[in-house]
Design a protein around this ligand. Structure first.
Ligand code: SAH
Length: 358
């Protein structure tokens, strides 16, 4: 059975027409579904001025949602991790972060179950890619987060694609989901409150740019030179630093949105003063912001290497060098320490990512 989150206005119009009903009901149906923070129940959606035959057809053919929150873990700092079970199989992790503003929250969603990218310091990729998420399954993460925020008296005001998966490898579904999440009359989050994060898939950056969604872009660079990058990010062999940066510049020129460069600091791998200087060189004349992410330990990587977070002083030095070169850079540490359990990584990423929207 399909869920209302599987449809956009056009596809529901087509479906209604195929069933012999007036397509014009589609927009109202979806609007009333998206009106409740977590999405309305099917009876609420049908409680409008619809004929009995259409009501019966909808009851028999569609459900409201295709996922549910299986587990919820709240840390002392307010971070809430949701494990969402999917009717089509598997589960994804989604994280809600309280924002700097008392009434707001930021969310972090997944685009795939597992990941094929193989970044050596990332837990999501350890068991490879299980499957792509469908657009509706991504939309439902947003709805669960919005519901959870509402229960806490907060408004979900931003969303980052920094959970599991590589959004550029499931871009059709990611774009379709963004259109529903941000779209007028639907999720209405606002395009500029959404950030898509990529390991640096150049054609994906181009396609996102051409989709004219007006969303933000984050690029997980992690090293200023190809040799270092290829040791920790396998896709670095395919997409070179210079090509990725050129794509980032084109993204900025076309969309006017300043990209964020994500840089996970790994002791003795990418945290030297020379690398900070090289990163600053790379950003010369480019207004990208740098988010420094202290490595969050996940045990041995796929290669067997064990990474460590650099000492405080070393991370501060890296930041100072960037700032001395007028690069806009921040890093942020986790607050609270009782949620490390499986979600430390997502949590840390979300905290970092909300910074560049402040
Ligand atoms: N595939 C996308 C989005 C998911 S990862 C991407 O690569 O951008 C989101 C961010 O979290 C990336 O910058 C990733 O490198 C970072 N990250 C992954 N594992 C981490 C860890 N153990 N510690 C700190 N940051 C990590």
């Amino acid at each position: 059975m399909r869920a209302l989150t599987d449809y956009d206005v056009e596809s529901l119009e087509i479906e209604l027409g195929a069933w012999g009903f007036k397509p014009t009901h589609a927009r109202n149906l979806l609007q009333s579904f998206y009106a409740a923070p977590g999405g309305s129940e099917i009876e609420q959606v049908l409680g409008r001025n619809l004929g009995l035959a259409l009501q019966a057809k909808l009851r028999e053919s569609v459900c409201a949602r295709q996922s549910k929150v299986d587990h919820r873990h709240e840390s002392t700092d307010g971070t809430i991790k949701l494990l969402i079970g999917l009717n089509r199989g598997g589960a994804v992790e989604t994280v809600l972060m309280p924002w700097y503003h008392p009434g707001r929250a930021a969310g972090c969603v997944s685009s795939q179950i597992g990941c094929a990218m193989g970044c050596d310091f990332c837990a999501s990729t350890r068991r490879g890619l299980e499957r792509d998420l469908e657009a509706g399954e991504i939309v439902e993460q947003f709805l669960h987060l919005r519901q959870c925020a509402a229960e806490k008296g907060r408004r979900l005001t931003s969303l980052v694609f920094m959970g599991m998966g590589e959004p550029m490898h499931n871009l059709d579904n990611v774009i379709a989901a963004i259109r529903r999440i941000a779209g007028p009359g639907l999720g209405m989050l606002g395009w500029k409150h959404i950030t898509v994060s990529t390991v640096g898939i150049v054609p994906g950056i181009e396609r996102l740019m051409d989709a004219d969604l007006n969303v933000h872009l984050a690029i997980s660079l992690h090293a200023p030179d190809d040799a270092t990058r290829q040791k920790i990010v396998p896709t670095g062999k395919r997409w070179k630093v210079a090509d990725i940066m050129a794509a980032g510049r084109r993204f900025e020129a076309k969309t006017g949105r300043i990209p964020t460069i994500e840089y996970t600091l790994l002791a003795g791998v990418n945290d030297s003063e020379e690398q900070a200087v090289l990163l600053a060189d790379l950003l010369e004349g480019f207004r990208a912001h740098v988010n420094l992410i202290p490595y969050n330990s996940i045990g041995p990587g796929l290669s067997g290497a064990v990474y460590r977070k650099p000492e405080e002083a070393r991370m501060n030095r890296f930041l100072e060098i960037l700032r001395a070169r007028r690069v806009v850079a921040h890093f942020r540490r986790t607050r609270g320490d009782d949620v490390n359990a499986a979600c430390g990584q997502l949590r840390e990423m979300t905290q970092v990512s909300i910074l560049h929207q402040t």
